[in-house]
Ligand binder design. Structure first.
Ligand SMILES: Cc1ncc(COP(=O)(O)O)c(C=O)c1O
Length: 403
């Protein structure tokens, strides 16, 4: 009799402890199968229900499901008509998607350094940029060098730890800028005791395979502005008035510029199960985070994940290897792989990516904080599907190498 093939996850884990694995089980499989058999493969009742449940959980008036966080970010900028005459502020220490979406409509990404202590974009940096490099006498700030109008800020909640939204919101309001949170890592993050999703003009979440809540590929945009949400809904599906689900017969009209960004029903079906498991999966990541914090507290020259005054979603566990550490970051990563443990790096800063460096004239000197963080940082496995015996294995390896 043929051997039962192993699930890909087991096959990988035997060779190398993966850096990340989705935590999907039989409940997600059943929900997806039910959805597949329902006849709705594209956006249908599951998407509608997922949006409604996500809106309820976050308290947002509107939740719009799309096929990635990248799509959610792009749609928000597009629905605000941010285009070729405009500029948008984005931190250097992020995944390329946060900057890339700004370029889709020809707007200028203005990349700012992050705070050395917590790796986040802070209000002082934004304020300094506006004061020193912009003319702020008109309705919106105008970037002197490029003559572009600064229209929005995209703060990134790196690792699930929130930026100072009070400070950024105040600056955004004062300068008539839209605040679009990149919350790809930040579900569920609690800022001032309230879950993210309603703290700014719009919040974009990622449900990519490695994220805290996954639908395989997927994303969600939340907002309290219903008019803006209507436009985002239209634009995610070709600019068509009235969506596939609920459309009458053959009639349709295109009333806006559109994109093809809608979420599939089977993905939403997975997402609905994952949403119910939010507390359980958060608890597990929290447990791993605390175990790492305890185990690594005394390592020489090693800086652990910065603390936040707010409640993190514990998406990443980073360590920085300073000059006093026993190994350099690169030596450490090599040794971890040799011990069968995958380690990752968040992020190669935007200024180091060839396209952005060349197209926008970026260099390391402009971003001393992100550059130094990049030289020293790496991320250890932290995900709800990680077994505690594997957590112990990671701890032993790290202590052996850096203790
Ligand atoms: C900070 C950040 N923003 C945006 C994204 C894009 O998310 P998605 O893959 O869902 O488009 C990612 C993905 O890893 C990310 O890390």
């Amino acid at each position: 009799m043929a051997e039962t093939p192993k699930a890909p996850a087991e096959t990988i884990a035997e060779k190398l402890l993966p850096f990340a694995l989705p935590d999907v089980g039989s409940a997600e499989a059943r929900a997806m199968t039910r959805s597949l058999r329902s006849g709705w493969l594209t956006s249908g009742p599951e998407v509608k229900a997922f949006e409604s449940e996500f809106a309820t959980l976050t308290g947002a008036r509107e939740a719009i499901a799309v096929n990635s966080c990248t799509a959610a970010l792009h749609l928000a900028l597009a629905a605000w008509d941010i285009g070729a005459d405009d500029a948008v502020l984005v931190p250097d220490l992020t995944f390329v998607a946060s900057a890339e979406v700004i370029t889709y409509s020809g707007a200028l990404p203005i990349v700012l350094d992050v705070n050395r202590a917590d790796y986040l974009l802070d209000g002082e940096t934004v304020e300094r940029f506006l004061k020193e490099q912009c003319d702020t006498s008109g309705a919106h700030p105008v970037h002197r060098a490029s003559k572009k109008t600064v229209r929005a800020i995209i703060p990134v909640h790196y690792g699930g730890r929130p930026c100072d939204l009070d400070q950024l919101s105040e600056i955004a309001k004062r300068h008539k800028l839209k605040l679009l949170e990149d919350a790809a890592h930040a579900f569920p993050t609690y800022y001032a005791g309230r879950i993210l999703g309603t703290h700014s003009d719009a919040t974009a979440f990622s449900f990519y395979a490695t994220k805290n809540l996954t639908t395989g590929e997927g994303g969600m945009l939340t907002t309290d502005d219903s008019e803006f949400a209507d436009r985002v809904r239209r634009m995610r599906l070709h600019g068509i008035r009235g969506q596939t689900y609920g459309r009458q017969r053959w009639q349709y009209d295109v009333v806006d510029q559109g994109f093809k960004y809608n979420m599939m029903d089977p993905c939403a079906a997975i997402g609905r199960v994952q949403l119910k498991r939010t507390a359980e999966t958060l608890e597990k990541r929290k447990l791993i985070h605390a175990a790492y914090d305890r185990a690594f507290a005394r390592l020489q020259g090693v800086r652990l994940t910065p603390r936040t005054p707010h409640e993190s979603a514990f998406h990443l566990y980073t360590i920085e290897l300073g000059p006093g550490a026993r190994l350099s970051r690169d030596e450490f990563v090599d040794e971890m792989y040799r011990r069968g443990i995958a380690v990752s790096l968040h992020f190669i800063p935007i200024h180091r990516l060839t396209y952005y460096r060349d197209a926008y004239g970026l260099s390391a000197q402009q971003f001393p904080n992100a550059e130094e963080i990049f030289q020293r940082i790496c991320s250890l496995p932290i995900y709800s599907a990680l077994k505690m015996r594997n957590v112990r294995h990671v701890i032993e390896a790290v202590r052996e190498l850096l203790g």
